[in-house]
Design a protein around this ligand. Structure first.
Ligand code: CP3
Length: 359
């Protein structure tokens, strides 16, 4: 369905979409569902269209961004689209020397070791990323009543790539810098907060209906380290975006011990991985006396390979536990694995919609 962004019908449908209603904690016709990394290698149509173009080149081509973002919406009937881009794109856009290696992830040529290394790390201006504005506007018009989620990497997770030089299991160099040179750490994280604010503002001003701040690797940190070294910088991002009034989602893997702190950073919706049941997540978010807020999650992506007889009761359990929150957006506990059978994801969408109807 193609509608102009100005069409009152599309604007109404969008405003009343299950995803935005759930994100605001309002009643829903069914539990909305989307999948982190729903666009990507699990889809044959994605592999076909990406052939011969690098990941970062693809992110700079509106024709590809629009088509790849729409592919999972068309195929699965998910309740939201997520903008096709990457957390390192805003750094690439200002000239930081990095690439995304297939099967590996972001690799940075000159890892950050000193204050001078921060010079190239600056926030994008809209002029740096006209292809982002163009892609978002086209998507909003094509998506009609389906919300588009914009996203950025949170300061810690992006810093980890800049400090480690690539993916890391233990984030040892990042932690060493944090504790060994707190002044440099805070300068880096503050700069990356500005990077995220600028990148998210471009997406929201072009029409994104919600944003997700990915702090994928924050679960590597103790609550004490998170509170001191990370939370203030993520809070800066959320505070700066409050003016737009769009729902702000926040997610990281293995963040069971951090859910309260990540929520308090300023998230409107707290993403939860599969390790913590959603009702327990609500208890952790409200433990400091703050009111409950909507949650997102949390089917273990590994179960997508376990067969429907294993998946279905998990969906029932997650929908039941999600009722403890004022809003529930169904998702995986992390991204779609590249070898996932798309038919299984389609079955999950249909089951979530069917099982949660009227309730
Ligand atoms: O569908 C979607 O969710 C939208 C697209 C999206 C991508 N990256 C596209 C992508 C999103 C939301 C991201 C965010 C991202 N990028 C995160 C946070 C989310 C998470 O998974 O925790 C992180 C940590 C990155 C960094 C990154 N970029 C990694 C770890 C990888 C995977 C490396 C690999 O090849 O396995 C990338 C590359 C990347 N980003 C791909 C896609 C579709 C794969 C590249 C390809 O298809 O060749």
């Amino acid at each position: 369905v193609t509608q102009s962004p100005q069409s009152p019908t599309a604007a109404d449908a969008l405003e009343n979409s299950a995803f935005l209603r759930a994100a605001r904690g309002e009643s829903v016709p069914h539990t909305p569902v989307w999948f982190m990394r729903q666009a990507g290698r699990s889809l044959p149509e994605y592999r076909a269209i990406r052939a011969g173009t690098t990941m970062l080149e693809s992110c700079m081509r509106p024709d590809l961004v629009v088509e790849i973002t729409l592919q999972p919406v068309r195929r699965y009937g998910v309740d939201a689209a997520i903008f096709f881009s990457d957390i390192v794109l805003p750094l690439k856009a200002v000239g930081v020397d990095l690439e995304i290696q297939p099967g590996v992830g972001p690799v940075v040529a000159s890892p950050v070791r000193s204050l001078e290394d921060l010079d190239p790390v600056r926030p994008v201006t809209p002029a740096d990323v006209t292809y982002i504005t163009e892609s978002v506007q086209e998507l909003v018009s094509r998506l009609g009543g389906t919300p588009l989620i914009g996203f950025a990497g949170a300061p810690f997770t992006v810093a980890s790539y800049l400090v480690e030089g690539g993916p890391s299991k233990d984030h040892a160099k990042t932690k060493a810098l944090m504790h060994g040179d707190p002044k440099l750490w805070h300068a880096l994280a503050d700069r990356l907060a500005d990077v995220a604010i600028a990148y998210l503002s471009v997406q929201i001003e072009a029409g994104a209906s919600a944003i997700q701040l990915f702090d994928s690797w924050a679960g590597a940190l103790s609550p004490r380290d998170y509170a001191e070294f990370v939370q203030p910088h993520s809070a800066k991002v959320f505070d700066a975006l409050a003016q737009y009034g769009v729902p702000r989602l926040h997610f990281g893997v293995n963040t069971g011990e951090l859910l309260g702190l990540m929520s308090a950073a300023g998230a409107d919706v707290v993403g939860v991985d599969w390790r913590v049941p959603l009702d327990e997540a609500v208890r952790r978010i409200t433990a400091d006396g703050t009111p409950a807020k909507p949650v997102q999650g949390n089917l273990d992506p590994a179960l997508l390979f376990a067969g429907w007889d294993a998946i279905e009761p998990e969906i029932d359990r997650i929908l039941a536990e999600g009722k403890a929150a004022p809003g529930h957006i169904f998702n995986l506990g992390h991204g779609v694995p590249p070898s996932t059978d798309p038919e299984v994801l389609h079955q999950v969408v249909r089951a979530v919609h069917e099982k949660s109807k009227h309730g």
